[in-house]
Design a binder for this molecule. Structure first.
Ligand SMILES: [Zn+2]
Length: 589
């Protein structure tokens, strides 16, 4: 279920364009690099509601509302997360994934034929409509190359493709299922979905056209359009350009790039081992394809924030598959095509040779967030780097990076090793001092989750084990709960069942706040034992979501504050951080 939800989330996000979406509810006007309008969430006369196209987020400087396209629909349509996904999936014609009903294989054959006929039609347009041809020429893509990729062009016309395919003998209902045409709003008939776009047929390794990507040649929206998933096309299972690689004799290298045009531009320059995912973040299956088609896997994404995030996500996918990718670092703001144009193919190849090992890349990116001349930053950096090292499977690799980290920060090897170990277990003795600290303000749901978890852990060691895998004591906000957790951890080291009365008696002597602790330790959560594990997972999720929510509030406050002084750079950075937090909230809730 969760898997399906993540898949659907990916698909919806891939299709979703926030400017296009919000425009259906709010009159947006372009203002600088953003769009501006009247906030739909509070009453206002002067617009303070902004939408960032590049960040794909919105923010209201009046009421503080903010988030991504999914949050927008949740708030505007008043839907929960899953219903919002369903709402958007329906809107974008993305089939909801747990739907059953396996289609007949005969239909697949018809789809391949329709797609091939459409590809041929689009390709022939290239020679009659000169706009696209000019565009390709300008980008240095000669006929030989665009023939190799079967590129095409869809004109302004609303039904040229439809008429053509019908002449070829295909039925409207079959063509509609391929996603090439859609029903007109007034239900009077069908219209071509790809219009005024450069067309990239997506071809599988068996040479069959399975879908299409379309890119506008002007500034209209959406910039990219892809065929919906069909019985022959599932975006998570293919890579653009793999059909070319499959023909290569050498499988020495494969390079993951951002877009279709990157694949083509590189190919035009003789670099014939690039592929791109189909508008979505790299999936595990695509990771397996990379592994299969290249001995060495390179990632060469744009060096902007979005590109870096995507690269890190791709690294995580590949690491799970035991692939150690390398990352090609291009100068800020340049894609491979720009780089080769400004320099040379040889210079690009040199960049490939100098690419960073994935761990060096992750540490390099992490380091940018900290000022290592400051003690506190140095500690935080070391802790986060240690977390990355812990995820490495090979002890040899771990050792190499412990050394590197120690060298870089001047922190002793042993201290880093200790940090590596602490992430999982609670090894510190319980310390009572925390209970004397002032209690922070805690959200009621968070407070209840923490208290209930303590209660559940007291009655069942299994629950303690589940919790300790996922939360550390610092995740508990209530100092008393934190203290109880340490105490519980300590007790379970030598026992399987806890004697709470004994613990309470021993507490009397040295705990000032023992009343509160006694209440915590003797509370019995009102849950039946049959679903206790599900409840536990739920409570853990509540804590994690609340952590992210409070971080979100904090950043929103900061952005509001900065808006007064107008530090654009800092606001931009915070907006990025905000998007990332929102994404994480979506993924765990
Ligand atoms: Zn507002």
């Amino acid at each position: 279920m969760a898997d399906n939800r993540n898949n659907m989330l990916e698909k919806v996000k891939e299709r979703l364009d926030i400017v296009e979406l919000v425009s259906e509810y709010v009159n947006l006007k372009k203002s600088g690099s953003n769009y501006l309008g009247l906030c739909p969430f509070h009453n206002e006369k002067t617009p303070s509601f902004t939408v960032s196209e590049s960040k794909q987020i919105f923010h209201c400087f009046g009421c503080g509302a903010g988030g991504d396209g999914i949050t927008f629909i949740m708030k505007r349509e008043n839907l929960d997360f899953v219903d919002t996904l369903k709402f958007l999936a329906d809107k974008y014609n993305i089939p909801w994934e747990d739907s059953t009903g396996a289609p007949a294989s005969g239909l697949k054959q018809i789809f391949y034929e329709i797609n091939r006929a459409a590809a041929r039609f689009f390709h022939s347009n290239l020679y009659t409509d000169k706009i696209a041809l000019q565009y390709l020429k300008n980008r240095g893509i000669e006929e030989e190359v665009f023939r190799r990729f079967g590129l095409g062009y869809a004109s302004e016309s609303f039904d040229k493709l439809l008429i053509n395919l019908k002449e070829d003998g295909f039925s409207e209902s079959d063509i509609e299922k391929t996603g090439l045409i859609g029903i007109r709003k007034d239900v009077s008939g069908f219209y071509d979905k790809f219009r005024n776009r450069l067309i990239f047929p997506i071809i599988d390794t068996r040479g069959r056209v399975i879908g299409f990507g379309g890119r506008v040649l002007d500034r209209s929206l959406p910039k990219y359009l892809n065929s919906p998933d069909t019985v022959v096309f599932n975006k998570g299972y293919h890579l653009y350009g793999l059909n070319i690689i499959a023909k290569n004799k050498s499988r020495k290298r494969i390079m993951l790039v951002e877009g279709y045009m990157d694949v083509i531009s590189l190919n035009a320059k003789g670099i014939d081992y690039a592929v791109a995912s189909l508008g979505t973040a790299l999936t595990e299956y695509q990771g397996k394809l990379l592994k299969r088609y290249g001995d060495e896997v390179y990632i060469c994404y744009d060096s902007d924030a979005a590109g870096v995030r995507a690269a890190i996500r791709a690294i995580d996918v590949l690491q799970k598959l035991d692939v150690d990718p390398k990352v090609v670092m291009l100068p800020e703001g340049e894609d491979p095509d720009d780089f080769i144009k400004a320099n040379s193919v040889a210079a690009f190849e040199k960049k490939v040779e100098e690419s960073l090992n994935f761990m060096d890349f992750k540490v390099y990116i992490l380091k940018k967030r900290f000022d290592l001349t400051q003690a506190e930053d140095k500690i935080k950096f070391t802790q986060e780097a240690a977390r990355m090292i812990r995820e490495l499977k090979s002890p040899v690799q771990q050792n190499v990076y412990i050394d590197k980290l120690s060298e870089e920060t001047g922190i002793a090897r042993e201290a880093i090793m200790a940090e590596l170990r602490t992430g999982r277990k609670f090894k510190n003795m319980p310390s009572a001092s925390v209970t004397t600290k002032t209690k922070p303000e805690i959200q009621p749901a968070r407070q209840k989750a923490e208290t209930d978890l303590i209660g559940l852990m007291l009655i069942d060691k299994n629950i303690y084990e589940i919790v300790s895998e996922k939360l550390s004591d610092s995740d508990f906000e209530d100092p008393d709960c934190r203290f109880c957790l340490r105490l519980i951890a300590q007790e379970y080291k030598s026992k399987d069942i806890l004697d709470i009365d004994r613990i309470l008696t021993e507490l009397e002597f040295d705990e000032k706040d023992s009343d509160r602790l006694a209440a915590l330790l003797s509370a019995k959560p009102q849950y039946t034992s049959s679903n206790i594990e599900v409840i536990t997972e739920d409570l853990i999720r509540t804590i994690k979501t609340d952590q992210l929510e409070s971080k979100k509030r904090e950043i929103t406050e900061k952005i509001k504050e900065l808006e007064k002084t107008g530090s654009v750079q800092e606001i931009k950075r915070l907006m990025e951080e905000l998007t990332e937090i929102i994404e994480r909230i979506h993924l765990i809730s």
